[in-house]
Design a protein around this ligand. Structure first.
Ligand code: TYM
Length: 327
């Protein structure tokens, strides 16, 4: 029997190459080996205010990105989180298992609080990890392929699963995160100390998956670099290290090969070529996105929900029985 993987992306902001290299690229590689479930997590997206029309558009856009990246709906299930109401129901139950200090410790929550005021933050934002735990645990997921920033949430998922199992008897599989060292933390182009982020204030922080050629060239030209002139991959040159990482992951060339290619050359040559590497990756990707109709994608998403819902219902019924609900 194949092991199962589950992962998801929020339909908010602009999906960037960090999301692709840290998560989606790995999903595509893993889908043959694992039974795979990929979700567009709209319930998570509304933990911060969303414009309804944009949310609708983004939800379909994320699914198009999954498909254009190579997720094959014949092999993997893709669906919209709110189409399977068991996610919200299990999240409520896990709320009663999670403890306030555990959620207060989450760095994503603390980061978001720094961006907004505590007064305007929703309870949903605080509770976000319980919903994420529900997503994962509903499907007996063994492996969760994500970027580094989600590891803490998966650790909490493990804690909640163990606590539930201890209290009510074996119910949940304890999942493991799956991260690939090279892409797990793509940094901001304008600040290599912070991760590339969908909610960054400046568009010069990220390369969006739907950026035009001209925008990619402009953003790479403006990307910060370290002092010096040599193209070297080292921890004390974090900006360059990040750009070489992106180059390497999109071209399948190792960082060593890239260093050798640019020996004796300067930042300008390296940056020009990096922009072309990114454009060469984005072009066919965007062509595939544009060729997909909203109707076709929605049909795939509905079929995906139909396929996974029985699994979710079965797990939720088991949970309800264990905690003493009358079925
Ligand atoms: P989200 O939507 O913020 O990000 C989607 C995926 O992209 C990864 N990622 C990155 N990887 C490398 N470098 C970066 N700069 C970078 N930024 C983001 C994230 O780690 C993630 O894998 N909570 C999740 C969504 C979610 C989920 C789940 C994931 C909801 N339920 C269940 C797995 C399982 C999130 O906000 O991802």
């Amino acid at each position: 029997m194949k092991q199962r993987i589950f992962s998801g992306v929020q339909p908010s902001g602009n999906l960037h190459i960090g999301n692709y290299l840290g998560a989606i690229k790995n999903w595509v590689e893993l889908q043959d080996e694992y039974e795979s479930i990929f979700c567009v997590v709209d319930l998570h997206a509304i933990t911060v205010p969303q414009d309804p029309e944009t949310l609708r558009k983004k939800t379909i856009e994320i699914a198009k990105i999954y498909l254009a990246a190579g997720i094959d709906p014949e092999k993997s299930s893709i669906f919209i989180q709110s189409h399977v109401p068991e996610h919200a129901e299990l999240a409520w139950i896990l709320n009663t298992i999670a403890k306030i200090p555990e959620l207060e410790k989450m760095t994503q929550f603390k980061d978001k609080l720094q961006k907004e005021s505590r007064e305007s933050a929703s309870v949903g934002l605080f509770d976000y990890p319980a919903l994420m735990a529900a997503d994962i645990l509903l499907y007996n997921t063994q492996t969760v392929p994500v970027g580094e920033d989600q590891i803490q949430h998966i650790e909490l998922t493990r804690t909640l699963a163990k606590r539930f199992n201890h209290r009510f008897g074996d119910t949940f599989i304890i999942p493991e995160p799956f991260v690939r060292k090279e892409g797990m933390r793509i940094m901001g182009l304008d600040d290599p100390i912070k991760k590339m982020s969908k909610s960054a204030k400046s568009e010069y922080n990220y390369i969006s998956l739907i950026d035009s050629e001209e925008t990619v060239r402009r953003k790479i030209k403006k990307a910060v670099t370290d002092s010096g002139t040599e193209i070297v991959y080292s921890d004390d040159k974090p900006a360059l290290k990040n750009l070489i990482n992106i180059y390497s992951l999109l071209s399948e060339k190792s960082s060593k090969e890239i260093e050798q290619m640019y020996a004796g050359k300067g930042y300008a040559d390296f940056k020009n070529d990096l922009a072309e590497v990114i454009i060469n990756f984005l072009k066919p990707f965007q062509e595939k996105i544009n060729a997909l109709s909203d109707e076709k994608v929605l049909e795939i998403l509905k079929q995906g929900a139909e396929k996974v819902r029985p699994l979710a219902k079965q797990k939720l019924d088991e949970v309800k029985k264990k905690i003493g609900f009358v079925l």
